[in-house]
Design a protein around this ligand. Structure first.
Ligand code: OAD
Length: 225
């Protein structure tokens, strides 16, 4: 079966990474347009670099949870594409494969002139340069920028027999709009303790990702539903 899994910050919550819009979410403490937009970066690159340096450093202290590992299991038996809005590396560290990072990756940087992408484990400052001598920026898709991976996500979703949405408020486009391209026959399952309203047939599994996804995956693999 072809399955696309669309993940958001909620799948990493039980690993210890804050979501954005829940109470105590990141956007309570930070102004999203200051730290996560191209205009914010142009205005104050040091502030934006610091915000992403902190997010990158945090990755050393967190680990994948049972939801990430369930996807590894699911991928052994089905043709699964993971479309994630997350910029952490927890899908990779759980040995998930076939991952599309819609919003970029914390562990990569990009040359602002050549657009070459590099592995980035250390902090980025205004003095961090690429081997070509140009400024390196976080490899993150900010508000106001194009989502280059969108077409790959559309291709995966439009060919899927089932889509599983996990831990996203579906507030941010174009990611949120991916649900709208599903035809009525595609099975849509949403795992979230506080799921977003969706105006098409949908099966809600109200609970956390680490609690509900392993149960759902076992049921799917053993019983076929
Ligand atoms: P949000 O913070 O908007 O939504 C998080 C979702 O996860 C909510 O629906 C929560 O109910 C749910 N949730 C919380 N804990 C959970 C758990 N343990 N298990 C399952 N679900 C849980 O995060 P996103 O939808 O991912 O983009 O946000 C989308 C984008 O907005 C991000 O990629 C980021 C942000 O601005 C950029 O910065 C470009």
């Amino acid at each position: 079966m072809k399955i696309t899994v669309l993940t958001g910050a909620g799948i990493s919550a039980e690993s210890g990474l804050s979501t954005f819009r829940d109470s105590n979410g990141l956007w309570e403490d930070y102004d999203v347009m200051e730290v996560a937009s191209i205009s914010g970066y142009q205005k104050n690159p040091d502030l934006v670099n610091k915000f992403y340096n902190e997010r990158r450093q945090q990755l050393s202290y967190v680990f994948p949870n049972d939801a990430h590992y369930s996807l590894t299991e699911l991928q052994k038996y089905h043709d699964v594409t993971i479309v994630t809005q997350n910029v952490d590396d927890l899908h990779e560290r759980a040995c998930n494969t076939n991952i599309i990072h819609l919003h970029g990756e914390l562990l990569k940087s990009r040359d602002i002139v050549t657009n070459k992408v590099y592995i980035q484990k250390d902090d980025i400052t205004s003095e961090t340069l690429s081997i070509d001598g140009n400024i390196l920026r976080p490899h993150i898709v900010w508000f106001g920028e194009t989502v280059d991976e969108l077409q790959s996500a559309i291709d995966a979703i439009s060919q899927s027999d089932m889509v599983i949405v996990i831990g996203t408020s579906l507030n941010v486009y174009p990611a949120a709009g991916l649900i709208d391209i599903l035809d009525q026959n595609t099975r849509l399952v949403v795992i979230d303790p506080n799921p977003p309203a969706i105006s098409r047939p949908v099966e809600y599994l109200r609970g956390t990702a680490a609690e509900m996804l392993p149960i759902f995956v076992v049921s799917l693999l053993q019983n076929g539903y």
